[in-house]
Each structure stands twice: as C-alpha cells, then as structure tokens.
Design a binder for this molecule. Structure first.
Ligand code: HMG
Length: 390
C-alpha cells in the first residue's frame, strides 16, 4: 500500500511580526472568545513589505537544505496563489536565491490552497522513476482579505518547504489518493485585487462536503478503516475549520480512537493558531505541528485532507518512519514563534496597507526591522531586488 517515496525533510518560516487576536477582537468590537474559540486563532502573522513568497520560501528552505541536497534536487515545484510575477515562476527566483543546481526543472503551481498538494502528487510520481534524485515542494502564501472584513481574523502567511525523496526519513506516502474538483465560486481573487473575495459560509460548507466525499472514497478505494489512522489532519484556514471537519467523521471511530484523533488533531493545530492561514502551506504546517508537538510513533498512519477553493480537494495518507523525530526542530520552533515582535492593531493596519508600487516605479525598502536571511530590498527598473543578509 505504501510507495517508497515521501517527505525526507520539512522546514517552515513565518515573518517576525504578529497581531494578537484579543487586541484585534477588541479593535473590531467583537468578543475575544469569538476569535480565540469560535475561530480558533491566538495570533496572526503579519507580512512586512520586505518579505514575499520567494523570500519566505528561501528562508524556510535555508533552514533544512544542505549543499548535497541542493546538488541532488532535480525538480522544484512552488505552490502559491500569491505569485509575484505573471510569467516567471517563483520557483526560478527561489532556485537562484538558495543555490539549487541549475539542471533542476522549476515551475509554479496554482489552484488556491491546493498548489502544494499538487506538488506532492507530481513529485511522488516523478521520484518513483528517479531513485537518486530529490524534489523540493513549496507552499508559500500571504492570506489577505482586508481590514475590517469578516475574513480578517483568518489572514496570515508564511512558507512550508518539503524535500521529497525515495527512502524518506519522515513520512512514506501511501499509493493512492481520492480527489474531487468542482468549478465553484467560494473564494477567488481577480488579477486586479490584492485581497481575496470570499463567500465565507458557503466556503465552509463546500470544504466539509469535499472532506466527507474524498475521505469516504479513500476508504473504499484503499480498504483502510477508521482504525487505521492514528491522526487526521487538515488544511486549516482557521483552526476551528479542522474541528468541524473532524467532528463529521468522529462518530465512525470507537471511543478510544475518538480521544486519540482529538488529541492528535489538537497537536496539529498548535502552530496554525499562532500564524493563521498559510493557504498552500497550511496543511503542511499542520503536519509539522503534529510531528513536533505530538507523540506519534513510527508506523503510525496520518491522513491528510487538502482543500483549495474554487475548488479542489484531496485525501491521502502516509506512514511515519522510524526515528522521524531526528529530522525535526522541536524545541526551537515554539521559542521562535513566541519571540516574534507584537504589533498594535494600528501598526498591523499600517504594515498591511504598505504595498509595493504597481505602476512600475522604483522603491527602496528599509531593511532595518527584518533580520531574516533572505529579504526583498525593493523594486528597481521593474525588477525585484532580493538580498541575502549575513
Ligand atoms: P463570521 O461570520 O464573522 O463568523 O465569519 P461567525 O459569526 O460565523 O462566527 C464564527 C464562529 O464563532 C461561530 O462558530 C460562532 O458561533 C462563534 P461556528 O458556528 O462556525 O462553529 N462565536 C463564538 N464562539 C465563542 N464565543 C463567542 C462567539 N461568538 C461567535 N463569544 C468566517 C467567519 C470563517 C466565515 C470568515 O472569517 C471568513 O469568511 N473567512 C474566510 C473564508 C474561510 O476561511 N473559509 C474556510 C473554508 S474555504 C478554505 O479553506 C480555502 C481558503 O483557505 C482559500 C484557498 O483555498 O485558497 C480560504
């Protein structure tokens, strides 16, 4: 049932700024418990102008890749719906920044939050026929709905980067998946907008429909039973969404397994509560959170539900490899999230509105507040000026 391909390394980056959800609730005249419990978010990453999907991905990749990895990567698949160029892919910008060998193929994949999962699918099949090579799959986005909109509490951003290979050291992928695509308007962003348009309640309902459909078809297709899964994890546009999805299938589990699934789901949402929606990277942040804050053992099977509005959904699974913990960064991650700079609601609004010019003019950005390794220094002659800081 399993392939011999899967996730060998996983890295994450979120910018250094956040806004607190209690502060935001008070500023919007809402009960803080609506945001903290009803939506399930504590804090939200705020993206400074000096970070975009390319720099965030580069910072995440830099935390996991060795020079040997960069030589062996022959495929770079960049899932994003926050592209910075309509022609040249973010993958090519990224390869140059982090120094991946130039014989690798590099493309950008777009289908709302589904892009990174499409990357995993493509990389899985590719690596089965390329045993000595590696693939880099990225999910990086900036989730923007707008100030004082209902979606505001579900914003966020960041990047998750995964290195896939044969004989992976974290998660071996199972052979099958169950997939669903439907042309619907639950969430979209026309080219002229920097903020998404959304039919919020409808999007939640479609998400749940896609989950129950793909999950049950996956069980039929594979012969797996509820009891075969130690954890079910989800794309988390806000963490309560995963609670709602899990609840739809919990009655199919026995009492003991219900408790296990609930506890493991809680571990999978620790990081998302702190950064918000990563769009394409969100499901993989759930995976990272589960692995780094949870207590799973080698041999445990994890089920993953990916959802991208518009809409495309997929359920698939993988099995944890012995000593997978050695590949992770357990202690540092929560410290890093806790040590970010807190912004007042007013400063968050100012940063949110501070967008790069769209009329072709130059702009030099102040890098003083951004100590990340990779930053965007500005726009010059209609080209992005990326920098590596030492
Ligand atoms: P809203 O209308 O402001 O919220 O928008 P609400 O009034 O429905 O309240 C939210 C929850 O808080 C409710 O719980 C309330 O009962 C509860 P629920 O009924 O949902 O279980 N609540 C409280 N709880 C405790 N104490 C209180 C309290 N008050 C209320 N005092 C909505 C919420 C999510 C619709 C909005 O934020 C939104 O539109 N977000 C963006 C859309 C979204 O995230 N959709 C998710 C599914 S689509 C998806 O995942 C794809 C996506 O990632 C994009 C992509 O694919 O690229 C979005």
């Amino acid at each position: 049932m399993t392939t011999n391909v899967g996730i060998d390394k996983i890295g994450f980056y979120a910018p250094n700024y956040y806004v607190d959800m209690t502060d935001l609730a008070e500023a919007r005249h809402e009960d803080p418990n609506k945001y903290l419990i009803g939506i399930g978010q504590n804090r939200q990453a705020v993206i400074p102008p000096t970070q975009d999907v390319v720099t965030m991905a580069a910072n995440a990749a830099d935390s996991i890749l060795t020079p040997e990895d960069k030589e062996k990567i022959s495929l770079v698949l960049f899932g994003t719906e926050s592209g910075i160029d309509n022609s040249k892919s973010a993958a090519v910008y990224l390869m140059n920044l982090i120094g991946v060998n130039n014989q690798a193929k590099a493309v950008e994949l777009k289908q709302a939050c589904f892009g990174a999962t499409a990357g995993i699918d493509l990389a899985k099949n590719y690596l089965m026929n390329h045993p000595d090579e590696k693939a880099l799959v990225i999910g990086a986005d900036v989730a923007r709905y707008g100030i004082k909109t209902p979606g505001e509490v579900t914003q966020g951003g960041g990047a998750v980067v995964m290195l896939l290979s044969q004989n992976p050291r974290i998660l071996v992928l199972d052979t099958h998946d169950a997939h669903l695509t439907r042309d619907i308007m639950d969430f979209w962003r026309p080219n002229y907008r920097t903020e998404a348009l959304v039919d919020g309640k409808y999007s939640e309902q479609v998400y749940l429909d896609f989950f129950t459909d793909t999950f049950h078809r996956y069980l039929t297709k594979t012969g797996f039973k509820m009891g075969d899964f130690e954890a079910l994890i989800f794309h988390l546009p806000f963490t309560k969404m995963g609670v709602k999805a899990l609840r739809t299938v919990l009655p199919e589990a026995d009492e003991r397994q219900q408790e296990v699934l609930k506890a493991n789901f809680d571990d999978s949402r620790v990081y998302a509560r702190e950064v918000g929606n990563l769009y394409t990277g969100s499901l993989y942040l759930s995976l990272l959170s589960l692995l780094e804050t949870g207590k799973l053992s080698a041999g445990d099977r994890v089920g993953l539900f990916s959802y991208g509005s518009g809409a495309e959904g997929e359920f698939y699974s993988g099995v944890l490899v012995p000593n997978y913990q050695d590949q992770l960064n357990k202690i540092q991650r929560l410290d890093e999230l806790n040590n970010r700079t807190k912004l007042s609601v007013q400063d968050y609004e100012t940063m949110f509105m501070d967008q790069l010019p769209t009329d072709g003019s130059d702009r030099i950005l102040d890098l003083a507040g951004d100590h990340a390794t990779f930053v965007l220094a500005g726009l010059k002659d209609q080209q992005r000026q990326y920098r590596k800081q030492t």
